[in-house]
Design a protein around this ligand. Structure first.
Ligand code: KG4
Ligand code: ZN
Length: 367
């Protein structure tokens, strides 16, 4: 069975062909991330315009890489939410149009369920349930117990920002660019992770929820302290100290004033704090649910090598720990959506019809 996956929930336009749920025949991805570098984050209108321009070429690309045509497709799977509404609409409308024109069945897929299924892609052996999953992306951060296909229970979640959002914002404060995750981890390679003592939030023994907004503020405070400690900027200025700080922070974003060592050290300390927080919460969940057969890491931040290393080091030997097999399966991509669509469809094939209009939404709750 060949499934066409379509994903446009944020700044990646992606179309993929996946066979029998797990075998990736193609996974074409265009990212407009470089266009959001100036703004240090995604501007929804800009992302949506890029999806409109790129969706047809990306669709063509996914068919040619998989060496098949639209007529060979048995099922369409599309992300219907949550995400940026103006971006989601492009993918859902393209999927619905194909469903009407070619009489194809269509399955709407929750974006986070898509990320969860990234750990099935190109995996040959059978994955055993129950699975404990830590999903860490730019918009969401959850601990999930998966007891079967399309059966989920959220056991912990972020009460404010997701870890990926914190990576992006700290990178912005440091003037590193967007997306922050890969840039922070690169800077961290030359930094001292003990240079700054940053807060580990909500570490109570029973608490499986997360909070990352305090960590973001703590990093901003370190930058402010750095500004104050550098009188060469403030002296000679006719501005008040507060105005100087504000100006300094503006300039910081243009990479004018912070030393490389400071950026590297704060990146390393921040990354280590995030890894320590996420891995401790995952271990707490593992202790609470010791019967799980596997532990999975999913979402854009699962691309972080240090996070993988820290988690693998804490889990008891013999526990099956998976990350997506390719880095392109970690961040937003349509192969994971096709995979999720396949397993969701298999559970209830009669529910899904051809000639269906899928309506995009921003709700998270359907998990
Ligand atoms: O899952 P994703 O592609 O999009 C959402 O669903 O939000 O995740 C994007 C997030 C961004 O915040 C990005 O900075 C982060 O994943 N990310 C990383 C790395 N690669 C991407 N964070 C840490 N380390 C990385 N190597
Ligand atoms: Zn995502």
């Amino acid at each position: 069975m060949k499934i066409l996956g379509i994903e446009t929930s944020c700044d990646e336009t992606s179309c993929a062909i996946v066979e029998d749920g797990v075998r990736v025949l193609s996974n074409a991805i265009y990212s407009s991330a470089a266009m959001h570098n100036k703004t240090g984050g995604v501007v929804p209108e800009v992302a949506a315009r890029e999806h409109i321009l790129k969706i047809v070429p990306v669709l063509d690309d996914c068919f040619s890489k998989a060496n098949c045509t639209i007529d060979d497709i048995d099922l369409i799977a599309v992300t219907d939410g949550p995400g940026l509404l103006s971006s989601l609409i492009i993918g859902t409308q393209v999927a619905s149009t194909i469903s009407f024109l070619k009489n194809k069945k269509i399955v709407p897929v929750h974006h986070i369920i898509g990320h969860i299924y990234s750990n099935w892609l190109n995996v040959e052996e059978k994955i055993e349930f129950p699975v404990l999953i830590l999903t860490v992306s730019g918009g969401h951060n959850e601990l999930i117990l998966m007891t079967g296909h399309n059966e989920f229970k959220i056991i912990g979640e972020t009460l404010d920002d997701a870890a990926g959002e914190a990576f992006d914002k700290v990178a912005r404060i440091l003037g590193l660019g967007y997306p922050g995750g890969p840039l922070i981890s690169k800077a961290a390679l030359n930094g001292d992770s003990h240079a700054f003592k940053l807060p580990l939030a909500m570490m109570g023994k029973e608490n499986l929820n997360f909070s990352f907004s305090g960590l973001k503020t703590a990093c901003l405070n370190e930058v402010k302290k750095y500004v104050i400690c550098h009188p060469e900027f403030i002296s000679g200025s006719t501005m008040s100290k507060e105005q100087s700080q504000r100006e300094m922070l503006k300039q910081v974003q243009h990479d004018l004033t912070l030393s490389e060592q400071f950026k590297n050290d704060l990146s390393a300390s921040f990354q280590e704090t995030v890894c320590e927080t996420l891995s401790s919460k995952l271990m707490l969940a593992y202790k609470k649910y010791p019967n799980v057969k596997e532990v999975h890491l999913a979402g854009g931040v699962s691309a972080n090598k240090r996070l993988r290393e820290v988690i693998a080091g804490k889990l008891p030997a013999g526990v099956k720990f998976r990350n997506p097999l390719e880095f392109s399966f970690c961040t937003d991509n349509a192969a994971m959506i096709a995979c999720a669509g396949y397993f969701i469809y298999q559970k209830n094939p009669k529910k899904y019809k051809s000639r269906t209009n899928i309506v995009a939404h921003t709700r998270f709750e359907i998990l």
